[in-house]
Ligand binder design. Structure first.
Ligand code: ZN
Length: 242
């Protein structure tokens, strides 16, 4: 069910049977010279479109949080960086609003690496007030399986660029883009370090991305996501039995 398009009457009816909401969380950020600035919003949106077909009667699809936090790429043009504090408070308040509307299962579908540490804080606070959450960071959680399809993943790398191409081939290009390795472990942090880690605002082998790989990645990850959602519901059943 798409929250953007249902009315109050339909919402109240749905509340009687649905207590799970999916909140997509993205970012507007430089993604190499070759991927859309909205990549981290476009990919969660595509997953939502597919999940709606599979679990649309059990999950409320909430409108997305478009802007997030990006320490690493804040210096690049096209990145709109919200501080970790403001961002995590904002996301917490949104989730609290859903909880007060009867949704005690919240799926945070995150498209952007820089949001992860903030979302950790958010989900700890939510758990403390009684909300069950599942956070999906697809590029981290399913990385080993991703590598079987896109061997050289990364920020706007082979995996992410392929996923964008599978949505619309106009939203990314690969010709002459090449490949970048992250030169230093991310645990070294220093002023303007982000530009050192991401020399052209990307990592991985973007040149090898294709729409076909993207479609394979969506199908592979959809199965894993559905399993993760089932686990969240199993946790709910176990808690209710106690
Ligand atoms: Zn991205």
């Amino acid at each position: 069910m798409d929250m953007m398009t249902i009315n109050l009457k339909e919402f109240k009816e749905m509340q009687k049977t649905v207590n799970t909401v999916l909140l997509p969380i993205g970012m507007i950020e430089a993604h190499g010279p070759h991927c859309a600035l909205g990549t981290d919003v476009l990919i969660p949106r595509e997953f939502v479109r597919r999940l709606e077909k599979e679990r649309g009667n059990q999950i409320l699809m909430a409108p997305e949080v478009t802007y997030g936090h990006s320490w690493g790429l804040a210096s690049f043009p096209g990145t709109i960086d919200i501080s970790a504090k403001a961002f995590s408070n904002y996301v917490f308040e949104i989730c609290k609003g859903f909880y007060e509307n009867g949704f005690n299962n919240i799926i945070l579908f995150n498209g952007h690496g820089g949001n992860i540490s903030s979302l950790d804080i958010v989900t700890e606070k939510l758990a403390d007030i009684g909300v069950r959450t599942l956070t999906i960071n697809w590029y981290v959680d399913y990385r080993e399986d991703i590598k079987k399809i896109a061997a050289n993943p990364g920020h706007a790398g082979e995996d992410e660029t392929s996923l964008v191409l599978a949505i619309n081939e106009k939203y990314a290009f690969t010709e002459g883009v090449g490949s970048h390795e992250i030169p230093l472990a991310k645990r070294f942090r220093f002023k303007d370090g982000g530009a050192t880690l991401y020399p052209e605002a990307f990592s991985g082998d973007a040149e090898n991305a294709t729409a076909e790989k993207g479609e394979k990645l969506y199908r592979m990850m959809m199965n894993l996501i559905l399993k993760d959602i089932d686990t969240l519901w199993k946790i709910e059943q176990q808690q209710e039995r106690r």
